[in-house]
Design a protein around this ligand. Structure first.
Ligand SMILES: *Cc1c(COP(=O)(O)O)cnc(C)c1O
Length: 241
């Protein structure tokens, strides 16, 4: 179900959040968390994690989320993430950063150095270079394979019918620690069948993590077994640019 209107109107670029911004971001995070908990079928699985997608958001909103205690963030561009997070790492050693956007091989080294989880492994050439970089840097990060469940030409991700072989190759040939799958369903389709497909592929490959669901559909994703959701605008409001 679509999320309620977020409570943020300003696009202030100031670093320090004012009191209204603090209140709004904290309320949004609390609201999203509550909705996640409600959608989560009571069972033996943990409450899904909330990856706050901070891409293209002004600094005061990031600071507000940090001040409210949130520490898990997602970014889709390496360079932008470096600018936003590298210096904050020192003040917030408990930060966890997920890369959720397409990764070029020439950015793999920087991605491995900055992020804690890579959600976008989607082709052998990238997987090989990530494996080499992780060895070289001694940072064996947990990874997700991105699956193009809608088989859209413009979208990254391995095709569903190639997923099993690619996952096996990532593990055996490239030495990657694949822990889960990630998908971005087509905008003009019901996401449910895509979430269900991702879950099926994960189950038959022994993968326990499912990154699925964004601001417009995270509650549904949770109902389909998401273990983490990637929520941006429902927390921070509309993005710059
Ligand atoms: C931007 C982005 C999101 C967050 O989108 P919202 O609709 O703002 O929640 C989630 N996942 C990916 C891969 C993204 O690029």
């Amino acid at each position: 179900m679509p999320h309620g209107k977020t409570k943020i109107m300003t696009t202030s670029q100031q670093a320090a959040p004012d009191a209204d911004m603090m209140t709004a971001i904290t309320a949004n995070i609390t609201d999203v968390r509550t909705r996640i908990a409600t959608a989560h079928a009571s069972g033996n699985t943990d409450i899904p994690a909330l990856v706050a997608v901070s891409k293209r958001q002004p600094d005061d909103r990031i600071e507000a989320a940090l001040a409210s205690g949130h520490r898990l963030f997602g970014e889709n561009r390496v360079q932008e993430a470096q600018q936003r997070w590298q210096h904050r790492r020192e003040s917030y050693p408990d930060l966890t950063l997920h890369l959720i956007g397409p990764l070029q091989t020439n950015k793999a080294a920087e991605a491995v150095a900055l992020f804690d989880v890579i959600e976008v492994v989607d082709r052998p050439k990238l997987a090989r270079i990530l494996g080499q970089e992780m060895d070289q840097q001694g940072r064996h990060l947990p990874c997700y394979v991105q699956v193009n469940t809608g088989e859209e030409a413009q979208k990254s991700g391995v095709l569903p019918e190639q997923a099993d072989a690619f996952i096996a190759q990532c593990r055996a040939e490239f030495g990657l620690n694949i822990i889960g799958l990630m998908c971005i369903p087509p905008q003009d389709e019901e996401p449910a069948m895509h979430f269900a497909l991702l879950r099926t592929i994960a189950q038959r490959n022994g993968l326990s993590h499912l990154s699925m669901g964004m601001s417009s559909d995270y509650e549904e994703a949770v109902a389909f077994g998401a273990t983490s959701v990637r929520v941006g605008s429902a927390i921070f409001g509309a993005r710059d640019g």
